[in-house]
Ligand binder design. Structure first.
Ligand code: FAD
Length: 479
């Protein structure tokens, strides 16, 4: 049982004062009406709250935090509620206030000369991508949850996704931030500079801080040229050991043109084929593993098709891969990507699933998966590992589905023990227990095993400096 924060419930007078800031229409006091804000996507976390507040702008966020700080009320910032570590869900005490940022969804400007756009935290990621596209640019951050997750959430978690290989994670895509601090002060750091060596980089502290240091209200995001050419390829192979070699071959030949390199196991693909709509087998016969990769270029005539044919041909000759397909149309490319995008969602239909979001050096991925699979089979015979994800980043979502027919609750009771054992392998291989989802509530107590004591102590000092009264998302991230 995770330790819960000991903050008191705001009294009736304070609740009324909070509601007056946003107006009665934008506050939820009724327990049943709060439910969508209190339940996580996978139903792993269910919380309670004193109130849900939906501010309209930075000024209202500032007034809310000022009052929260004065009354020592705990505040849980929430974006699209797609986070996978429980950071956006309040605890079960019912004493916290959920601050839902969705109404801060304005576009403050696009600056093509500086190649950036300034948007508010509540803008949905897919709309931010569309906005960039309408301006003839690319905002490359791309996640399967992009139809719901918001800019504030992706920055607070330093989200990754499928284009990290070429463009980096949310941190690398951010030039400036506007943040409301714990006492309500607004820090305007909305700079659009590529170069700024004028001291500590404060924005980098807020990015990835999961709502524990401040509430992000707006951001300046980098834009890139829109791809003019795109080639999507899939390869099938039976020996996982060959995958890092094939990745090195493609990355070496394609350089910055390689924008994504993903891996999926056969079991996961079978889940997709069983439960997904509008999906089909990529090859006439099955393979143990599938690699999905994409080459893009902002210029036409880069001969990406020929490059793809060359690396796939070499891969087959060296027996790194066995089958290959290059999408011949946009529809075929979307069809291949759909197999990957549905991989998380379909696991729900196969009963309980124990998750890990880990990173290890790319070359050690086969060893990691082999050791983890062996261990899982010993712990729960018949359990079905679904290791998939961003092979090019060394980031594997090592999910394990329950054995068919097993009681879901009994299977999920292995969650902590399985996490601990899998993470031990990850650390032994020089990896990280959280590649892109963050720490939140789920991994908070694992952090001391994964980080040196000095790092935890420095993080605690930073938290004390930014939020001395511990009102911002208490009980999350920091052990
Ligand atoms: P929320 O879930 O609402 O919040 C996440 C955290 O950020 C919480 O700690 C919250 O307190 C804090 N927060 C939210 N808004 C603010 C703000 N304005 N200021 C300060 N703190 C704030 N993640 C990846 O990195 N890569 C993936 O490929 C990926 N794929 C996913 C696929 C699916 C199907 C799903 C459901 C999730 C996936 N995720 C992935 C996880 C999730 O989408 C990301 O973590 C996303 O960045 C969360 O954004 P959100 O707006 O939903 O934030």
């Amino acid at each position: 049982m995770t330790r819960q924060p000991d903050h008191k419930r705001p009294n009736a007078e304070t609740i009324d004062a909070f509601v007056r800031i946003v107006g009665e229409d934008h506050a939820i006091r009724d327990a049943a009406a709060m439910t969508p804000y209190l339940v996580e996507w996978r139903d792993r976390y269910r919380g309670k709250a004193a109130l849900v507040l939906k501010p309209a702008d930075t000024e209202q966020v500032s007034s809310i935090l000022k009052l929260a700080n004065e009354t020592r009320t705990a505040v849980v910032p929430q974006g699209g509620n797609t986070g996978l570590v429980g950071g956006q869900i309040p605890f079960e005490t019912g004493n916290e206030v959920v601050l839902s940022l969705g109404r801060l969804d304005r576009v403050r400007g696009i600056d093509l000369a500086s190649n950036c756009m300034t948007v508010e935290a509540g803008l949905v990621l897919a709309l931010a991508r569309q906005l960039a596209a309408n301006a003839g640019r690319l905002f490359p951050l791309s996640l399967a949850s992009e139809g719901s997750c918001q800019i504030g959430g992706v920055l607070a978690t330093n989200a990754g996704g499928v284009a990290v290989l070429a463009y980096g994670s949310a941190r690398d895509l951010t030039l400036g931030l506007e943040v409301v601090l714990a006492d309500g002060t607004v820090w305007n750091g909305l700079k659009s500079l590529r170069k700024d060596n004028s001291g500590y980089d404060l924005k980098d502290l807020f990015i990835g801080s999961e709502g524990t240091l401040g509430v992000i209200t707006a951001a300046v995001l980098r834009l890139f040229p829109k791809p003019a050419e795109r080639v999507t390829c899939m390869a099938g192979l039976s020996l996982l050991e060959a995958a890092p070699d094939f990745f090195a071959r493609v990355a070496g030949r394609a350089g910055p043109a390689l924008t994504a390199f993903e891996i999926m196991p056969r079991t996961g693909l079978e889940f997709v084929l069983r439960h997904g709509s509008d999906v089909r087998e990529p090859f006439p016969s099955p393979h143990a593993w599938y690699l999905l990769f994409e080459l893009t270029s902002p210029r036409e005539g880069e001969e990406l098709q020929r490059l793809a044919e060359t690396v796939l041909d070499e891969g087959i000759k060296t027996r790194e891969i066995e089958s290959a397909v290059i999408a011949s149309s946009l529809a075929q490319s979307e069809g291949l990507w759909r197999l990957r995008e549905l991989m998380s969602e379909v696991q729900k239909h196969e009963g309980g699933s124990i998750k890990h979001d880990v990173a290890v050096p790319v070359a050690r991925i086969p060893e990691f998966i082999a050791r983890a699979n062996q261990l899982v089979e010993l712990m729960v015979p018949g359990a079905r590992p679904i290791p998939f994800g961003h092979l090019g980043d060394g980031n594997i979502h090592y999910n394990v589905s329950q054995p068919p027919g097993m009681d879901r609750t009994i299977f999920l009771s292995h969650w902590e023990a399985m996490n601990a054992a899998v993470h031990e392998i990850v650390l032994d291989l020089g990896g990280s227990i959280s590649a892109e989802h963050g720490i939140g509530r789920m991994k908070r107590d694992l952090l001391p095993h994964a980080k040196p004591a000095i790092e935890i102590e420095l993080m605690r000092k930073i938290k004390r400096a930014f939020d001395p009264n511990r009102i911002l998302n208490p009980g999350k991230l920091l052990p």
